[in-house]
Design a protein around this ligand. Sequence first.
Ligand SMILES: NC(=O)c1ccc[n+]([C@@H]2O[C@H](COP(=O)([O-])OP(=O)(O)OC[C@H]3O[C@@H](n4cnc5c(N)ncnc54)[C@H](O)[C@@H]3O)[C@@H](O)[C@H]2O)c1
Length: 251
Amino acid sequence: MDTLSGKIAVVTGGASGIGRAVAEVFAETDIAGLTLADIDGGAAEEVAESMRVRFGVDAIGVATDVSVADQVDGMIRQTMERFQRVDILVNNAGIAPVTRWPEVTEANWRHVLDVNLNGAFLCMLTVLPIMERQRSGRIVNISSAGAFVGSVCAHPAYGVSKAGMIAMTKSAAKEYATSGILINAIAPGSIDTPLARRFGSAQVEAFRQASPMQRQGNAREIADAVWYLVSERSTYVTGATLHVNGGSLLV
Ligand SMILES: NC(=O)c1ccc[n+]([C@@H]2O[C@H](COP(=O)([O-])OP(=O)(O)OC[C@H]3O[C@@H](n4cnc5c(N)ncnc54)[C@H](O)[C@@H]3O)[C@@H](O)[C@H]2O)c1
């Protein structure tokens, strides 16, 4: 029950931060196969290599821009050729450019939605028919506390994209509940990764002080929550959003 033995997972944005930590916890618990899909294909392949060497997991890194349908199709095709199934999809790839309202343009607004929301949508669109044929699957969409409070210093479309992921999670969860496919979201608070570091030390300190636990989270704390939702420890949770934020939405 406490392994992912025999399972095949696709983790988008798997080259860094939370995605990399998810790959590690999956590998530590004996996952059979892993596709790490990232726009930075070289970094994804490095993480895959590390999973192969450290854990003996059959892992591949695939250069993929999740906002481009053809690239998502190609990445899932490669996964199916290699592993013949997809049991777990973690939609984690995301961007959070530091942009204030006066700097918002139609182009940068669309870009944030394209990567964060449409990228997750395209991956679900491609993977859901596979999971439906299997009559089983787990999808975890990495949203954000920004879905609930609005973007803090990231582009205003960031919070919008993350709120959209939650609504998408709920509608798909209802549709596929009788197909053996459980679909959930996680809303992390401020997590110490390259993405959050780009906000600058003053903003990170403000996040820390605003948190009842008086600290940022780490990527492993999100990865462990993902693990719960894709494991056999979780069989009756779907359409939910798990808040992993040290209580920061309480204040
Ligand atoms: N770090 C935080 O404080 C925090 C908080 C809430 C939510 N999140 C969410 O967690 C997820 C992971 O973020 P992180 O903090 O690990 O950031 P990160 O920058 O360390 O990792 C993000 C990864 O996504 C990849 N990526 C970016 N654009 C892509 C694209 N178009 N196609 C494929 N891959 C792409 C990057 O190359 C990178 O490897 C994101 O969706 C982010 O919004 C992070």
